[in-house]
Design a protein around this ligand. Sequence first.
Ligand code: SAM
Length: 282
Amino acid sequence: MVDPNYAPITTGEFQLFAKLIYKIAGIHLRDSKIALVSNRLRKRLKALDLGSYREYYDYISKNDSKAQSEIMHFIDAITTNETYFFRHETDFDFLRTTVIPEVEKRQLARNKNIKIWSSASSTGEEPYSIAMTVAEALDEIPGWNIQILASDINTTVLSNAEKAVYGPYAVSRLNNYAINKYFDRQKPATPAGEEKYLVKPHYKKMVKFKRHNLKESMNVMKFDCIFCRNVLIYFDNESKTQVIQNLYNALNDGGYLILGHAESLMRIKSNFKYVRPSIYKR
Ligand SMILES: C[S@@+](CC[C@H](N)C(=O)[O-])C[C@H]1O[C@@H](n2cnc3c(N)ncnc32)[C@H](O)[C@@H]1O
């Protein structure tokens, strides 16, 4: 999309943004993303009334409070947030049939705690799918304390996630029975509008949200299972190694790491044991 009000982004400007997002988030921006990045950043140029991409780069590179808050918009503009409920259903089957029974066995004599982290949660479909799966497996058993943490580097997706209100795309892989079980339906406000799907309060209250950059270590608690799906693809091997070490440190012994289906730990050093494609164990 060409906007006559702005000179197109130059390769040099694109490289500056690529270096910056790599430094902040570990995301490796391929050259093929130049059109996508320029379209997304143009909205920020307009919002701040800046005349060029270089001016925008200088704006966010300053060490002041305006730059700090704009950096959040910059990250939000660069990240890709595609997701939907029960994406790769077999991962939720694995959670139900392997992770939860193992945690139950380990914890029989102790406090009944299960802690799961959705570490690149985007707009919340993944952590709520986890809540729905865990609730079904453990809810009827008295005394279980279910903790699900959802985090992302992008603050816009996190605030949408907390609202727990979705459109038809997010639930498009679910049948009517599942939709009625997990969501309250809200009729469209206008004849041309879309139906909305509100996560039922029972599942909504199981998930806590927090901004977290995967490049940093997670010191809040240790988890029995971490979902880190469809984000490693954006990292190069160096960032990936750092992220995987952070995730390893955040897991209890015997805990599982679940990656996206196109992702693996091949070509990076880690102490994880391979379980099956895209699933690893500490
Ligand atoms: C494609 S979405 C994946 C959503 C979900 N996990 C799934 O598989 O459906 C990738 C998410 O990773 C987040 N992300 C990218 N870099 C990150 C980082 N360094 N730390 C935390 N989250 C990051 C993005 O903001 C985005 O919401």
